[in-house]
Design a protein around this ligand. Structure first.
Ligand SMILES: Nc1ncnc2c1ncn2[C@@H]1O[C@H](COP(=O)(O)OP(=O)(O)OP(=O)(O)O)[C@@H](O)[C@H]1O
Ligand SMILES: [Mg+2]
Length: 299
C-alpha cells in the first residue's frame, strides 16, 4: 500500500529533522541510521514550486531502490529498507503517510564532493566547454555541439555548495578534499556505475545524459553509495527517440513544467507560481512513465 495523498512537507514528531532539501526531508533515527523521505515537491529553475506532483516521491524512492539492487555488485549501498513495517517503532506509526516514499539508510560520513559523470555535453559541462574547451580538466575535441555524446564518459566532480551552485572542480582539487586514494576509487566506481546504468537505460529508450552520485564511509570504514541514485532529480534523462544534438534536449520529467513556467511573466525568483492541475497531472504521468520504461513494471 502506498499513500495516495500528495505530500509537500513532513514533520515527524519524535524524530529529529536534520535537513530539508528541495525535495527530501532527512531525519536522524539513531546514531547508525537516517530516514530519507522523498516528498512530492518539485523544483524548476532552482525554485521549489507550491504545487505537489502526486507520486513523485514514490517514483524517486522506487527507482533509487531499483538501481541500488541492480548495481550492488559494483559497490555496496546505504539502503536498509523501504518497507515501513520493517522500520523502527518511531517511524512505524507514520506508516500510511511514509509508505513508498521513505528509505531507512545506514548513516555515513559523506565525502564532500558530488561525483558527476557525463556521457553527453549539457548543462554546466556545456557552458564550461564553450568558455574553456574543457570540463573539469578534461580537454575535449573542438567543434562539439550542445547535447553531443562524448567519445567516452568523463568524471566531472563538483563541490557540494551549501548555498548557491556547486562548483565544478578537477581531480587535483578533489584530491585535496578527500585524498588521492579516495578520489581514484570514487572516479572508477562512478564511471562503472554510469556505464552499466546508461547502457541498460539506453536499451529501454532512455538516455542518461549525466548523473550525480554521492558516497560516504560507514562506521566500519567501507565506502558506500548513498543518497538517491540515478533518478530524474539527480540525472538528465532524455527520451532516446527524440535525441538530436545541436540544441538543448527536452527533459524527460520536467519539460511540461518548464514550458508552462516560460509562458508566465515570472522572474524565476521565489515565490514560484502554482501549476495548473493538468500540468501537474501530466508531470506525474511522466515520472510514472520513466519508472515503467526503466524497470518494465508499473508502480
Ligand atoms: N547514508 C547517508 N549518510 C549521511 N548523509 C546522507 C546519506 N544519504 C544521503 N545523505 C545526505 O542527505 C542529504 C539529502 O538532502 P538534500 O538536501 O540533498 O535533499 P534534496 O531533496 O536532494 O535537495 P537538493 O535539491 O536541495 O539537494 C544530502 O546532504 C546527502 O548528502
Ligand atoms: Mg540533493
Amino acid at each position: 500500500m502506498t499513500g495516495t495523498v500528495p505530500v509537500l512537507e513532513t514533520s515527524l514528531s519524535g524524530l529529529k529533522l536534520i535537513r530539508r532539501g528541495k525535495v527530501r526531508d532527512v531525519y536522524a533515527v539513531t546514531d547508525e541510521h537516517l530516514l530519507i523521505v522523498a516528498t512530492d515537491r518539485i523544483s524548476a529553475f532552482d525554485c521549489v514550486l507550491p504545487t505537489p506532483i502526486a507520486r513523485k516521491g514514490e517514483v524517486l524512492t522506487a527507482l533509487s531502490r531499483f538501481w541500488f539492487e541492480r548495481l550492488g555488485h559494483i559497490i555496496g549501498h546505504h539502503l536498509v529498507t523501504t518497507e515501513t513495517e520493517q522500520m523502527p517503532e518511531a517511524i512505524k506509526g507514520y506508516g500510511a503517510f511514509l509508505s513508498g516514499r521513505s528509505m531507512l539508510v545506514r548513516r555515513t560520513e559523506v565525502f564532500p564532493v558530488e561525483c558527476v559523470v557525463r556521457g553527453y555535453l549539457a548543462g554546466s559541462g556545456w557552458k564550461d566547454y564553450l568558455r574553456e574547451g574543457e570540463v573539469c580538466g578534461h580537454r575535449l575535441p573542438k567543434g562539439l555541439r550542445e547535447s553531443e555524446q562524448l567519445r567516452e564518459p568523463i568524471f566531472t566532480p563538483a563541490t557540494k555548495a551549501e548555498e548557491g551552485h556547486d562548483e565544478n572542480i578537477d581531480e587535483s582539487r578533489m584530491s585535496a578534499l578527500v585524498g588521492l586514494d579516495v578520489t581514484e576509487t570514487l572516479r572508477a566506481t562512478s564511471l562503472r556505475l554510469y556505464k552499466e546504468a546508461s547502457e541498460y537505460a539506453r536499451s529501454r529508450g532512455i538516455i542518461i545524459a549525466d548523473t550525480k552520485f554521492e558516497f560516504g564511509r560507514d562506521s566500519t570504514g567501507s565506502i558506500l553509495l548513498i543518497d538517491e541514485a540515478l533518478t530524474p532529480d539527480s540525472s538528465r534523462f532524455w527520451p532516446a527517440d527524440k535525441y538530436e544534438p545541436g540544441h538543448a534536449q527536452p527533459s524527460f520529467d520536467k519539460q511540461f513544467v518548464r514550458d508552462y513556467l516560460e509562458t508566465l511573466d515570472w522572474d524565476k525568483k521565489p515565490p514560484a507560481p502554482p501549476l495548473p492541475t493538468e500540468i501537474a497531472e501530466a508531470t506525474t504521468a511522466r515520472y510514472l512513465e520513466a519508472y515503467r520504461l526503466l524497470t518494465g513494471k508499473e508502480l
